[in-house]
Write a protein that binds this ligand. Structure first.
Ligand code: BES
Ligand code: ZN
Ligand code: ZN
Length: 497
């Protein structure tokens, strides 16, 4: 799909369909649509009236030009109330537009970004539309024998001439971000029989080759030598051996050094504390954090920020077996802390514990981990919002601030000393479960805290809810969402300002 920025009158657009927007507050058609309406003999305003189109968000009317204008169709989409408008709504509208075009089998269209402009933010709107179009057109159809072969070929995003150059730059960034997010969705959507820890390592190696990253893959023996026994315990029950992945992006000039860690459970059956059937479904997505790290690397490989970034994935599969680790086992993590196992289904924090120790030894300026860590986080915040925790309020604020533009919802969950009491173990330094049923997302975060060097700012993002969904929402089809690739990449880009 080719996305271009254009400016000029709508009536002169050379494409198959022109898509414009109307806010609820808008009484009249925009001057550009007005012109087209005149050419079409008033059919836009007639249909608008007949169908009682009032600019309600997402409502669409399609007006056939019947050979009168330069395009085949004029489409109006409601943008809702102007005062409530934000960039994520532009993303949703971009997705709605591309989906309607796909339904109508129109492979070339223009979308009127200027019509969405409330203030001086047309380039940001152009970026959000670009993202919405690419994200909204995503499908995971690789295993279907009957695929929809229709492809959108050319999309023009129209802005006023004044903002054209700036919009081109922004749209290019949007394209890279959305494609990286789709790359993440593609890997998360692959099932556990395809993506094993080894396969995840190969994807990291392919990325390294493509973009010139450093990459080091550690096998089981090396993981053992490094003393990562918590991680190793989780991997023991699987026929697919673990792989510890360390990617590094090193630019010539570097202003900071950051580590990204992603939970990489290629499948989570729960282990000996096996998950009941319904809860085991979709556990192929327990590698979403790892895949988000890979997506961010794809984006920074393209955008090349002046900041050193490490990507760390302790990839494993959690399975029941004669060799599996068991409840009551006591194991020692890389930093010497002993962990008592309360439940083998709380495996993510064990793999992350050793990854956090390893990351701390790199002495970076900050560590960010992303993990589909707890069902409790979904209970706390709902399935569309990630929980954010950590040891540094400034870093937490920066990340949550970034989401205001990216539309990837995150909210902070508070640590407190009372909950710290809840991860005390009967016979070891720390328990891998909370001793009450409450605050499970936070006790998981507090567990992780024990493995981070206190001097290093660290943020943990629990993405159990938004990384995957069974229904589809906004610009996400059902399945993997690619959350939070855009937020983390945007955050990294902002670090060099
Ligand atoms: N991978 C799950 C968390 C999860 C649940 C992700 C639902 C996505 C959707 C994690 O490993 C897990 O099983 N956590 C347990 C922890 C409990 C045993 C302390 C949970 O949340 O129930
Ligand atoms: Zn689990
Ligand atoms: Zn898990």
């Amino acid at each position: 799909m080719d996305i271009r920025i254009t400016s000029g009158r709508l009536k002169n657009a050379r494409t198959k369909a022109v898509i414009s927007f109307m806010f609820k507050e808008q009484k009249k058609l925009s001057p550009d649509i007005q012109e087209i309406d005149e050419i079409l003999g008033g059919s836009v305003s007639k249909l608008k009236k007949d169908l009682k189109f009032d600019g309600s968000f997402g409502k669409i009317i399609t007006v056939p030009a019947l050979g009168k204008g330069k395009t085949d169709f004029v489409v109006l989409i409601g943008a809702g109330n102007k005062k409530d408008f934000d960039l994520d709504k532009a993303r949703r509208l971009g997705a709605a537009a591309v989906r309607r075009m796909r339904e109508m089998k129109i492979d070339k269209f223009l979308i009127d970004g200027e019509a969405l402009s409330v203030k001086d933010e047309q380039s940001e709107i152009a970026q959000a539309l670009t993202e919405g179009i690419i994200l909204g057109d995503y499908r995971f159809d690789k295993y279907l024998s009957k695929k929809d072969s229709f492809q959108i070929k050319e999309v023009q995003i129209r802005v006023s001439r004044k903002y054209k150059a700036q919009s081109e730059k922004r749209s290019e960034i949007g394209k890279i971000l959305a494609q990286a997010q789709n790359f993440t969705r593609d890997i998360v959507n692959e099932p556990g029989n395809v993506i094993t820890p080894q396969k995840l390592a190969e994807i990291a190696e392919d990325l390294a080759k493509e973009y010139g990253f450093e990459v080091k893959i550690y096998d089981e023996d090396e993981i053992e030598k490094m003393g990562m026994n918590a991680y190793l315990a989780v991997a023991k029950g699987s026929a697919n051996p673990p792989r510890f992945i360390h990617l590094t992006y090193r630019p010539k000039k570097s202003k900071k050094e950051l580590v990204l860690i992603g939970k990489g459970l290629t499948f989570d059956s729960g282990g000996l504390n096996i998950k009941p059937g319904d809860y085991m479904r979709w556990m192929k997505s327990d590698k979403a954090g790892a895949c988000a790290v890979l997506g961010v690397f794809k984006a920074i490989g393209e955008l090349k920020p002046e900041i050193t970034v490490h990507g760390i994935i302790a990839a494993a599969e959690n399975m029941p077996d004669g060799k599996s680790y068991r409840p009551d086992d006591i194991i020692k993590a890389k930093n010497g802390i002993s962990i008592e196992i309360g439940n083998t289904d709380a495996e993510g924090r064990l793999t992350l514990a050793d990854a956090l120790c390893y990351a701390s030894e790199l002495k970076p300026d900050a560590i960010i981990d992303m993990a589909t860590l707890t069902g409790a986080c979904i209970v706390a915040l709902g399935e569309y919002t990630a929980g954010v925790m950590g040891n540094n309020q400034k870093l937490i604020d920066q990340i949550i601030d970034t989401t205001r533009k990216t539309g990837e919802w995150m909210w902070q969950l508070p640590f407190n000393d009372m909950l710290r009491e809840h991860i005390k173990a009967p016979s070891a330094d720390v328990y891998n479960i909370g001793t009450t049923r409450y605050g499970g997302a936070i006790t998981a975060g507090l567990f992780l805290e024990k493995f981070v060097d206190k001097k290093i700012p660290w943020v943990h993002i629990d993405i159990a809810g938004p990384a995957h969904n069974t229904k589809g929402w906004y610009y996400h089809p059902k399945g993997a969402t690619g959350f939070p690739v855009r937020t983390i990449t945007t955050f990294l880009l902002n670090q060099t300002d």
